[in-house]
Design a protein around this ligand. Sequence first.
Ligand code: AMP
Length: 355
Amino acid sequence: MNIEGVLKSYDLDMLTITTLASHSALQIVHGAKLEGFRTALVTLRSRSWFYKQFSNLIDHFIVVDSWSDLCNNSTVSKLRELNSVMIPHGSYVEYVGLECAEKIPIPLFGSRYLFAIEADQHKKMEFLTRAGIPTPRIYSLKDKIDRPVIVKLPGAKGGRGYFIARSSDEIVERLQEYLSAGIIESFDEVIIQEYLIGVTAYYHYFYSPILERVEILGADIRYESDIDGLKRLPPNIAIEIGIEPTFTVVGNIPLVLRESLLPKILEYGIRFVTTAKTYVKSGIVGPFSLESIIDRDLNIKVFEFSGRIVAGTNLYLNGSPYSHLYWNEPMSTGRRIAREIRIAIEKNAIEKVLT
Ligand code: AMP
């Protein structure tokens, strides 16, 4: 795949910021428009009516019958005609599959080489450990499980199918069911993590290779069913009914952090970027997120990361209390992406932000 060659054929004054119609697409096209770019959405036929409500923000619709059509020759040539730059968001790999996500012959904003690490829960945790970022303990099925653990399925399943367990037997029994149902192909695909007690906090960062700095653009809390819904039941009733908590994300709640926590949070972001430079080809570019639990002693442990824009950034279409400090104007993550591309073009350094 020769992305440099594709870029040479592009008119950089006529780039089209493109993404898949889901996740944070509206924020991305909104930000792109504010920065003066043309925009395109690749959308499933069934969803196009909804996105057409926002045709003030979307110049071109590329309608497909299935997400896997993204890598078809006809879609790729339409994208190239538009001088498209694809913005991979949190659902991108989940929708189009790892192979198409990595190999699509269209310039991507950010690194396409991080996707394979993100697809593997074990590699992800290894990456965080290398970066010196505190993480929860990881168990294997052979270990003695001495505390509650959370068992996670691969990919960005939005917390679906996760369960909390207290013993290896319980885990094996459940995973056998998942195997028989074809939900997983092997036990190695899941990760067993210590279940951390504390509050959840998800940080939105942006690494600019052009300005050579890491920015904190915001933070959020996920609103998850039923783990958050269970708080609405008196505990004795919840126990009586025996509801098992699930972690399906249904939305995001804004979060402003104690200012004294910010240096540590930024430090972890910087460690993440520094490690990515040595560990992943092209390092990390643009938005990424660390997902954490903060305990009663204000220790932060990171249980997951995303190397792309996360949906919690949708809260801050008009900027966040943090993005304002850097930019003093309404700066969403979507707009920040477009701004980075714009500055890169002005500085003749587009290859620093696209792969
Ligand atoms: P994830 O798919 O890793 O983002 O996890 C989905 C949800 O599960 C998170 O938003 C948390 O509510 C919860 N969760 C994940 N990992 C842990 C952990 N190690 N300890 C406690 N809760 C967790």
